[in-house]
Design a protein. Structure first.
Length: 296
């Protein structure tokens, strides 16, 4: 086992999983403290590096594209105090950090872990239920539904419609943009068949962010929702409709063809992978599996 303990946090590696625990130092970002300990499977890693400075350095983990819903939802825009995949290392602990780095790199080499993108999330996303108040509203998420409630700072045109409830099944995506300089940020839910985008200030499906202390926590909501949406790189699910109508002059097949059966088997395997990676809950997996089995 390899371990490095710093004021910024503690990283532990047992050969299969890296456990990243934030420290209690005042410089640890609110997002990291709220997220708590992260368990990162070796299969999710693309690499690790140590950057040395005169007084301190940084350990950095690089995850495979698509492995973590938090990184996917935030698009790599999490700033250093909040980034859970960075650890500040004091200069007198560089030797320990180098040993830690070599242990992880050796495990990646021995296990022949590819560094390329994945087609399913390997981390489950933040725990639920989740509720965050920031900017002009409060967002709550229980795994199936998103609740948007407004505060006194909300634009009248948006607040007039009252609180909103959105079902994950109705979403095409989620968009998180932090405030930068004089530009406000936002957390926006992309609802299927909703009108074209409007500024977050007026969008009833978005919360406007102004760069205040709690704003980064909206990234956790974005990650939790993203973890329950279809993975953007997942292969397209095979169609489960019945056999096509017979062509003119050709008799209809007496029953389901062998190709249909193979497609259903592939669909079962895909559902199993989504369930194991945490994208589907136990209930969702059971219902989807039963629907496929009925078609078989």
């Amino acid at each position: 086992m390899a371990e490095i303990i710093q004021k910024d946090g503690t990283w532990t590696f047992d050969g299969e999983t890296l456990r990243l625990t934030p420290g209690r130092d005042k410089n640890v970002g609110l997002l990291r403290r709220t997220l708590g300990e992260l368990a990162v499977p070796l299969q999710a890693l693309a690499g690790v590096s140590l950057e040395q400075g005169k007084k301190s350095g940084r350990l950095r983990l690089r995850l495979r594209d698509g492995a973590d819903p938090l990184l996917h939802a935030t698009g790599g825009r999490i700033t250093e105090p909040h980034d859970p995949y960075q650890l500040v290392v004091e200069s007198d602990r560089y030797g320990v950090a180098e040993y830690f780095t070599e242990e992880v790199r050796t495990a990646l080499l021995l296990e022949q872990i590819p560094s390329g993108p994945v087609t399913g999330y390997l981390l489950p996303g933040p725990p639920l239920p989740l509720s965050v108040s920031a900017g002009d509203g409060t967002v709550s998420f229980d795994g199936e539904r998103i609740r948007l409630e407004w505060n006194w700072k909300t634009e009248d045109a948006k607040a007039a419609a009252g609180p909103r409830t959105l079902a994950v099944a109705d979403l095409e995506g989620v968009e998180w943009q932090p405030a930068a300089g004089l530009e406000n940020g936002h957390l926006r839910f992309l609802v299927r068949h909703a009108p074209a985008k409007v500024p977050a200030k007026y969008d009833p499906n978005a919360v406007e962010l102004w760069g205040f202390k709690k704003d980064p926590l909206m990234a956790l909501v974005a990650a939790a929702v993203q973890a329950r949406l279809p993975h953007p790189s997942a292969p397209a699910a095979p169609a489960l409709e019945g056999p096509r109508a017979p062509e003119a002059g050709r008799p209809a097949p007496p029953g389901r063809t062998e190709d249909d059966h193979d497609a259903l088997l592939r669909r079962l395997r895909e559902l199993g992978e989504l369930h194991r990676s945490g994208v589907l809950t136990d209930e969702e997996f059971t219902l989807a599996k039963q629907a496929v089995l009925k078609r078989m």
